[in-house]
Write a protein that binds this ligand. Structure first.
Ligand code: DX5
Ligand code: ZN
Length: 223
């Protein structure tokens, strides 16, 4: 699997989600940021919006749940049509049970870590996961500055994944742009969320292509 670009729709025009998804035809996934004003100090969208977009978009939905009690709510997002569900481990009461439930319902299971959350306590959980998301900003808002302090954790997570040997994707989210994507790819990330970089560009689909080219060239698995 090469690298993947998953634009964050948080930076798109919420009045025209179908048209915005069509503007980024070469994107691999549509990243949808669900915020509940409890886990993070912001409120965005929920399962009904994801269900509506999943019906009309040609790309699959990558749902990033920045919510309390994902154990209770995450299954609803599989039913809404998301192909990948990311829950925050800081909020999950029973992350292994939750990952198994997401997979059993037919979606990819992914676990997110805030910038100050270490990966090491969860190393034994990797076989339960299809993706790990390392946040490179504090979750809650688009347009924040990339936190370089997260790069060593991306590297250590890549090493753990390689040692485990499974096909687990490593996603980064927050401040990813033409300025920062190479650092992330070099550290071992292979799935890149970008919101303001993509939708702030004159040609969003061309920006997806630029990010893909930079990420592929820099990636540890580049060829
Ligand atoms: C932040 C969200 C991100 C956000 C990224 O909490 O999880 O997905 O949309 O936006 P940019 O790429 O602008 O940092
Ligand atoms: Zn996100």
């Amino acid at each position: 699997m090469g690298i993947q670009i998953t634009p964050s729709m948080l930076a798109s025009d919420f009045a025209n989600l179908e048209a915005e998804a069509a503007r980024i035809g070469s994107a691999d996934w549509l990243h949808m940021d669900v915020m509940d004003n409890h886990f993070v100090p912001n409120l965005t969208l929920g399962a009904p919006v994801i269900e509506a977009l999943a019906k009309v978009a040609k790309q699959p939905i990558d749902a990033h749940l920045m919510i309390e009690d994902p154990d209770r709510w995450a299954p609803e997002y599989v039913e809404a049509g998301a192909g990948s569900i990311t829950f925050h481990v800081e909020a999950a009461a029973a992350p292994i049970r939750l990952a198994r439930e997401i997979r059993a319902k037919g979606a990819r299971a992914s676990m997110a870590l805030k910038p100050a959350t270490p990966i090491e306590p969860y190393a034994d959980m990797l076989p339960e996961l299809d993706m790990v998301l390392i946040m490179t900003v504090e979750p809650g808002f688009g347009g924040q500055k990339f936190l370089d302090v997260c790069l060593p954790k991306i590297r250590r997570t890549r090493d753990l994944i390689d040692r485990h040997g499974g096909d687990i994707w490593l996603q980064v989210d927050g401040g990813v742009s033409v300025e920062t994507i190479e650092r992330c790819a070099d550290a071992g990330a292979d799935v890149f969320v970008a919101g303001s970089a993509v939708f702030g560009a004159d040609d969003p689909d061309d920006m997806v292509a630029q990010l893909r080219a930079l990420g592929s060239r820099a990636g540890r698995h580049a060829h």
